[in-house]
Design a protein around this ligand. Structure first.
Ligand SMILES: [Zn+2]
Length: 208
């Protein structure tokens, strides 16, 4: 079985080394640590996010944050297929709406603040961006290939597709940001569970 997001965070955290001097930072308490060897101060969540080499959706808690976007899609979906049947429309849409509210509540509970709700809302933007811009890029790619093969003028569709790379790139950045926030939140929660103070700074022993 592939390791869970939590296990991945733990593995990375266990092998964190000071980027300045290479000293192993294992066992230092708090979300911000000071390297006992060289005195550099590090944000543990940032270091873990930098070392993260798995897909972003694997970040612990990201499934919770992405759930509202799933329900948001389902609020609108039945209008495409059952626009004539008011009964189905009403049942489907209200169920999806209830799911959306519940999943937003779960996002809020994960972060114990509105931050979770904002992140979930931001994540909801990703799906339409990926769908529309991704499609535009694919279509544009076909036009570009056709142009290269037949040497006809580049149609506007190709240009639109090239421009659509920008929102796709921005979407990836946003996804990465949200995942990093989830990793940070997970570390915070683990810190709470272990009884260490949030943001506690390790002070190196004096005279060492
Ligand atoms: Zn160091």
């Amino acid at each position: 079985m592939p390791p869970s997001g939590q296990e991945l965070v733990e593995t990375i955290q266990r092998d964190l080394v000071c980027p300045t001097c290479g000293y192993n930072l294992r066992g230092l308490a708090g979300l911000h640590v000071t390297c006992p060897e060289c005195g550099s101060r590090w944000d543990v969540a940032k270091l873990v996010a930098l070392k993260w080499d798995k897909p972003w959706w694997k970040a612990p808690g990201l499934k919770t944050i992405s759930l509202p976007s799933f329900f948001a899609c389902n609020i609108l979906l039945p209008f495409l297929f059952f626009s004539d049947d008011t009964g189905i429309l009403l049942a489907w849409t209200s169920a999806a709406f209830a799911g959306w509210l519940l999943s937003l509540y779960l996002s809020w509970r994960l972060f114990e603040s509105m931050r979770g709700v904002y992140l979930a809302m931001a994540y909801s933007v990703l799906i339409p961006v990926y769908l529309t811009c991704g499609t535009a890029c694919l279509v544009s790619l076909i036009f570009i290939v056709l142009y290269l093969l037949h040497n006809r003028g580049v149609p506007i569709t190709a240009l639109v597709g090239v421009v659509c790379v920008v929102p796709l790139y921005a979407g990836r950045r946003l996804e990465k940001y949200i995942a990093a926030q989830c990793i940070r939140r997970h570390l915070e929660r683990m810190g709470t569970a272990q009884g260490t103070t949030l943001g506690e700074v390790y002070t190196p022993p004096t005279g060492a």
